[in-house]
Design a protein around this ligand. Structure first.
Ligand SMILES: *[C@@H]1O[C@H](CO)[C@@H](O)[C@H](O)[C@H]1NC(C)=O
Ligand SMILES: *[C@@H]1O[C@H](CO)[C@@H](O)[C@H](O)[C@H]1NC(C)=O
Ligand SMILES: *[C@@H]1O[C@H](CO)[C@@H](O)[C@H](O)[C@H]1NC(C)=O
Ligand SMILES: *[C@@H]1O[C@H](CO)[C@@H](O)[C@H](O)[C@H]1NC(C)=O
Ligand SMILES: *[C@@H]1O[C@H](CO)[C@@H](O)[C@H](O)[C@H]1NC(C)=O
Ligand SMILES: *[C@@H]1O[C@H](CO)[C@@H](O)[C@H](O)[C@H]1NC(C)=O
Length: 409
């Protein structure tokens, strides 16, 4: 729910490329200790596979019930079997390492990020932000395509793509317990401007904080989720807003989410250590907790084109959480932040683009999005859910390319 969103940055300043170029030379010229990073968790795999294989699951028919009661037991068992046997971590790791990864130290936090540059000198810098339960992995299908030139409304559009890991997620260090998404926005703004030398950008939750707090540097934003509680069907009707047929489907999901989908949210917000410690060294436990949400929040057609969110992708996501010790620190994001109930406008004139994916578990009609920013584009896609980078990568690539129409450095 602390959702993916995308932020885009303004023009780049030559100086900062300098910082990166000089990084290897000396620590004096590398104040953020920018260091190239290779994903290598291979040594942990035998233990992981052994834990997965040796985890017992119930066999009593009694508990084989529908997904409305939590992850289905046969779905979990199938995932467990694949994880223990055919799932090949090395293939995933090789794919991660096709990208350029770095770490930097900002305000004492070690921040991991992917940085893929376009070959085009006039490419637009963009920062893509994941949420919970996501990671940089969520954006794998869109990163390279966005660095390539595309003709968008007569403009030749390409991006320098930055995908950081939120503090406490995968390779970024866990932050102090009083850390909020506004703090994350601040260090990500530093990452884009001072570490990488791009002059600006924005997003949802974290991304929305960037959009709202850094109006000089974030010069356009595309969001798929807002850190504001989405309105109920009654509120929408009271405001005389008519939903489209696609939005009605989303509204149904939101109604169901509000009724029977928020247990995890209350748990993670109030007793993060209970769930965080209970599942701390249990890969299959984390799988049950995370895969249930991933499945429920994505398009029911997940795994069929254009979705690439199949079992391999789910197991990769959960492996990343388990192997990097992220589960506990990741659930804390709910204890540290909450969705706002009062809609307020961000103090920025930067254009805001919003996409409602039909199977997301939040619905924000255009009228509501317009209350929180300078809304210039509102799109509804009929395929995809809470993880558009995996649920419908071509649509997300299109959404992000549309940013270029509105971006002024
Ligand atoms: C990962 O580390 C192991 C040693 O633990 C080494 O043998 C292997 O080559 C490394 N792989 C990568 C991709 O760096
Ligand atoms: C964009 O411009 C580059 C060179 O500036 C060119 O190589 C590329 O073909 C162009 N792409 C499109 C889609 O126009
Ligand atoms: C947050 O916690 C850190 C370390 O635990 C402390 O140094 C810092 O002063 C705290 N910040 C606030 C705003 O309370
Ligand atoms: C909705 O429409 C009704 C009937 O036209 C009107 O009385 C009411 O004030 C409207 N509500 C809003 C919030 O515009
Ligand atoms: C999942 O999709 C990827 C391509 O996105 C494919 O390489 C992999 O084999 C698929 N996994 C399964 C279990 O079908
Ligand atoms: C940008 O934010 C500052 C406060 O940080 C505010 O004073 C200014 O009016 C904002 N600019 C716009 C265009 O809203």
């Amino acid at each position: 729910m602390f959702a993916p969103s995308l932020i885009q940055v303004a023009s780049l300043t030559v100086g900062s490329y300098f910082i990166v170029a000089l990084a290897a030379a000396s620590s004096i010229n590398n104040p953020f200790d920018v260091t190239p990073f290779t994903v290598n968790l291979s040594a942990e795999i035998p233990r992981l596979k052994s834990l997965v294989k040796n985890t017992r699951l119930p066999t009593k028919a009694l508990y084989f019930v529908g997904a409305d009661k939590g992850i289905e037991l046969d779905v979990l068992r199938q995932l467990q079997t694949e994880w223990a046997t055919t799932f090949d971590w090395e293939t995933q790791q090789l794919e991660f390492n096709q990208l350029s990864h770095f770490t930097a130290v900002i305000e004492g936090q070690s921040v991991h990020f992917v940085h893929e540059k376009s070959g085009q000198p006039d490419a637009i810098p963009v920062i893509l932000l994941h949420g919970w339960p996501g990671s940089f992995h969520e954006f794998l299908p869109v990163i390279k395509p966005l660095t390539q030139s595309a003709n968008v409304g007569g403009k030749n559009v390409s991006y320098h793509v930055v995908v950081p890991s939120l503090p406490g997620f995968v390779f970024s260090s866990p932050p102090p317990l009083n850390w909020t998404v506004d703090d994350t926005a601040r260090i990500f703004n530093t990452l884009m401007t001072e570490v990488l030398g791009y002059s600006t950008y924005a997003g949802s939750d974290v991304a929305y904080s960037l959009y709202s707090l850094f109006n000089a540097t974030v010069r356009a934003a595309h969001l798929v989720f807002l850190p504001f509680v989405s309105p109920t069907a009654e509120e929408i009707a009271e405001n005389n807003i008519t939903l489209s047929v696609l939005q009605e489907v989303t509204e149904q999901r939101v109604t169901e989410f509000n009724a029977i989908g928020e247990g995890y949210l209350i748990e993670q917000s109030t007793k993060p250590n209970d769930i965080g410690l209970a599942l701390y060294d249990s890969p299959v436990g984390q799988l049950a907790w995370l895969a249930g949400k991933i499945k429920l929040w994505s398009d029911p057609r997940a795994g069929t084109p254009p979705s690439v969110l199949n079992n391999t992708a789910i197991l990769t996501s959960v492996s990343l959480y388990y192997l990097t010790d992220s589960f506990l620190s990741s659930v804390w994001i709910y204890a540290q932040n909450s969705l706002k109930t009062v809609y307020t406008k961000a103090p920025t004139d930067a254009p805001l683009l919003f996409t409602q994916y039909e199977y997301n578990v939040g619905l924000w009609p255009q009228e509501y999005v317009a209350k929180v920013g300078n809304l210039v584009s509102y799109t509804v896609h009929d395929f995809g859910g809470h993880f558009p980078g995996l649920d419908n990568p071509p649509a997300l690539i299109g959404d992000i390319r549309e940013l270029a129409q509105y971006f002024k450095a």
